[in-house]
Design a protein around this ligand. Sequence first.
Ligand SMILES: [Zn+2]
Length: 121
Amino acid sequence: MNNINNDNLSQLTETLFKLNNQLDKSIQNKQAIINKIKQKYEPRTEFNRWRNSEEGKLWKEQQYQKQKQCCAICQAKIELKWSHIDHLKPISIYPDLSLDTSNLQIACGSCNTKKNNSEIY
Ligand SMILES: [Zn+2]
């Protein structure tokens, strides 16, 4: 303790503050990267990516034929290009099932929209 004079102590304090600031900035940068990664793998984003992929498009076409070109909810005949992929168990509650094809069906736009609106509550 005798060797540490006031100058040393204030220098040490200043260094500690600088290091602390650098650490804060580093943590903030890492948090921003984590958020970007999370967003990329957010279930809805992942589902949209799959839906727009060749695999997703092929699945939709095959499922559409399996359902005899009808909406799985109201049974109305629908056109493939206006049809939606509906999650039986909603992504908002079952994010792990967002890409599980056994949880997916083809629905008409109005059925899917009605369902999505009711999930908000
Ligand atoms: Zn329908």
